[in-house]
Write a protein that binds this ligand. Structure first.
Ligand code: AKG
Ligand code: FE2
Length: 202
């Protein structure tokens, strides 16, 4: 079950929660997700995002020039999103502390130079449910601030197999990925990092 939990400004980080064999199995499951729902590079009003993404589950998070929202179908194929893999659901059930399963699984792919600016996850209908975030592949510098914009932040390198839970008072904290350490893991062919976030959107 990995190392002791870390409290990062209320975000609970479980280092090494997913062991190497399970990481490889999850990666294979995510490859199937990407086959059914091709990975896209969202272009928002601010321009193209550096992170590529796709989704699984009843609802997928979609970003485009019109804004951010959850949708039941892939914007390019028009098909429903594939089901959330059991390997991913198992992590939610082990750490989320709620009886409800997630209805959305966002798969973020960080290739060369990709990062994610500070933001809140607030497109969901009920902030009583946590967000569970799984890291695979290269290490990423995860920055956590406060619910309020600006102010003090604390950073931690997330490694392959780490799981972070944003719940309770930390459900709406600002957070982002400053950078990814290229070549720090050999899990993903071609390099890079995959982050999987599970949410109850409803
Ligand atoms: O990549 C990460 O670890 C964070 C992803 C994230 O914050 C998000 O998808 O909302
Ligand atoms: Fe987020």
């Amino acid at each position: 079950m990995g190392e002791p939990e870390i409290d990062l400004r209320g975000v609970r980080v479980r280092p090494g929660f997913i062991e190497a064999g399970a990481q490889a199995a999850m990666l294979a499951d995510l490859r199937e997700v990407a086959r059914a729902a091709p990975v896209m590079r969202p272009v928002t009003r601010r321009g193209p995002m550096s992170v590529r993404m796709t989704s699984a589950g009843r609802l997928g998070w979609v970003a485009d020039r019109r804004g951010y929202r959850y949708e039941a179908t892939h914007p390019e194929t028009g098909a429903p999103w594939p089901p959330i893999p059991e390997s991913v659901l198992a992590v939610w059930r082990a750490v989320a502390g709620v009886q409800v399963d997630p209805d959305s699984c966002l798969v973020n792919l960080y290739r060369e130079g990709a990062k994610m600016g500070m933001h809140q996850d607030r497109d969901e209908g009920d902030f009583g449910f946590p967000v569970v975030s799984i890291s695979l592949g290269d290490e990423a510098l995860f920055r956590v601030g406060s619910v309020e914009k600006g102010g003090k932040t604390t950073s931690l390198w997330l490694r392959s197999g780490d799981v972070a839970v944003m719940g309770g008072a930390a459900r709406l904290v600002h957070h982002g990925i400053d950078r990814v350490k290229e070549g720090s893991s050999v899990l993903i062919p071609g390099g890079g990092r995959i982050n999987v976030t599970l949410r109850v959107v409803r």
